[in-house]
Design a binder for this molecule. Structure first.
Ligand code: NDP
Length: 252
């Protein structure tokens, strides 16, 4: 169990599905109040209803992290309902692979704007909370979900990989700013994980290639990632697991 989590307040992006939804469920079960951020209201309501039916506390905050005004409104709503956040998880992300010479600037922009700028907007909105919580002697965590794609190269995933390399670098750099103020920064780099992420690929060949990898290698689940996040955020506050690479065992 993760006893030290009870009473904390989390903001989780990408909470409508996959890793974000699983993390919200697990943290809420440990007594964390969770603000659920993503674009799909109905899916967020389902996640919240399940949490509440199990005795937890959840707040639905429909948010598009690519839209600064939407993030500003989300921050206001979270602060009004819950006050200061002390645990922030950037799980919102999109993966839209295609050959780079197709020049799909729409996909590039969506990935950059969600995976990098979106995380930055959330960091801007909520890290003052983390710094203030830590100054009060409380545990404060920023958790970014990057990807093993930050390290490995793979044809047609150049832009996605670049967004994740940027996020991993951002996490490492932010530790130098926040660590001295007792705010932990944890960067998680998962391998294949069974979520909705691959469902947005519009290239049939790349979809079936990825299906083949799932069949051959198996996959982590959103719950596996939630477990890691609950683990790292429940360590004593002087312990910062800064970088976690986690792969399905068969993924070499
Ligand atoms: P999902 O697609 O299930 O989750 C992504 C979440 O992000 C959704 O809940 C989606 O909700 C939300 N989201 C997307 N765009 C926006 C936006 N503009 N504003 C707010 N929320 C948004 O996939 P995963 O759980 O797998 O993805 C979580 C993170 O893990 C991503 O950053 C992904 O890149 C990363 N990752 C995934 C791996 C995998 O194999 N699945 C491996 C390594 C890393 P909505 O559409 O309602 O906004």
């Amino acid at each position: 169990s993760y006893e030290t989590l009870a009473g904390r307040t989390a903001v989780i992006t990408g909470a409508a599905s996959g890793m974000g939804a699983a993390t919200a469920g697990l943290l809420a079960a440990q007594g964390v109040r969770v603000a659920l951020l993503a674009r799909r209201a109905e899916r967020l309501e389902e996640v919240a209803a399940k949490i509440v039916s199990e005795g937890g506390e959840a707040l639905v905050v429909v948010t598009d992290v690519t839209d600064q005004a939407s993030v500003d409104t989300a921050a206001e709503r979270v602060h009004t309902a819950y006050g200061r956040a002390d645990l922030v998880v950037n799980a919102a992300g999109v993966m839209l692979p295609n050959p780079v010479d197709e020049g799909r600037t729409d996909e590039w922009q969506r990935m950059l704007d969600t995976n990098v700028s979106g995380a930055l907007r959330i960091i801007r909105a909520f890290t003052p909370d983390l710094v203030a919580a830590a100054a009060d002697g409380r545990t404060a965590d920023l958790v970014n979900i990057s990807s093993i794609g930050a390290h490995v190269t793979f044809p047609h995933y150049a832009v996605y990989g670049a967004t994740k390399a940027a996020l991993s670098h951002l996490s490492a750099s932010l530790r130098t700013e926040f660590g001295p103020r007792d705010v932990r920064v944890t960067n998680i780099e998962p391998g294949l994980t069974d979520t909705e992420l691959a469902g947005h690929i519009d290239n049939a060949e790349l979809s079936s290639q990825l299906d083949g990898m799932f069949d051959a290698l198996g996959a982590l689940s959103g719950d596996d990632i939630a477990d890691l996040i609950a683990y790292t955020t429940s360590r004593p506050r002087h312990v910062n697991l800064r970088q976690l690479i986690v792969l399905p065992t068969r993924q070499a």
